[in-house]
Ligand binder design. Structure first.
Ligand code: ADP
Length: 158
């Protein structure tokens, strides 16, 4: 099996912590697929097409692709012939949920491995939720997200 790693998430919107992880993963795997979960139950600030466009505009690595999926991550992984899930760990608070998901994904697809990556320390406080909250209150997010996301946030929250 080729070394294809899947990096799943909501990316609503993509921020510099995600991009840091994508860069690190792209150095370790032949191909990285950033996989946007289309979750009908969870309505984001940005639509799925908008989130995909922002990801595609900001990711520069040649071996990184952007895609979206419905339903179970493990089904998407089987389709893409990948057995590696990349997830980010920022702090201990991420651990419990991530541990549960990793065990569940292994239960559903025994060959799967979840690999955790730690971002640069300047990104450990960063989440899409915090970016949106600060942007809504007109705070400066220019060092937290790429320029295209700043423009998109300004337009969306105008
Ligand atoms: P979720 O799947 O919780 O909606 P996100 O789309 O926000 O998550 O993030 C996708 C993945 O990126 C998750 O593994 C999350 O832990 C990770 N991640 C989010 N923010 C950061 C960050 N600042 N540094 C490293 N990893 C992060």
């Amino acid at each position: 099996m080729r070394r294809v790693a899947i990096y799943p998430g909501s990316f609503d919107p993509v921020h510099n912590g995600h991009l840091d992880l994508i860069q690190r993963a792209s150095r370790s795997f032949e191909t990285v697929i950033v996989a946007l979960l289309e979750n009908e139950a969870k309505c984001g600030l940005f639509s799925v097409p908008e989130r995909l466009a922002l990801l595609r505009e900001t990711i520069t690595q040649k071996n990184v692709r952007v895609d979206s999926f419905h339903g179970l991550l493990v089904d998407f992984m089987r389709e893409r012939r990948s057995r590696i899930i990349i997830r980010g760990l920022r702090a201990v608070s991420d651990f419990e949920y991530e541990f549960q998901m990793a065990q569940m994904n292994r239960h559903l697809y025994p060959e799967v491995e979840t690999l955790f990556m730690v971002p640069g320390e300047e990104y450990t406080f960063l989440s899409s939720r915090v970016v949106k909250e600060v942007a809504r209150l007109k705070g400066d997010v220019s060092r937290l997200v790429p320029a295209s996301v700043i423009r998109a946030l300004e337009k969306k929250l105008a």
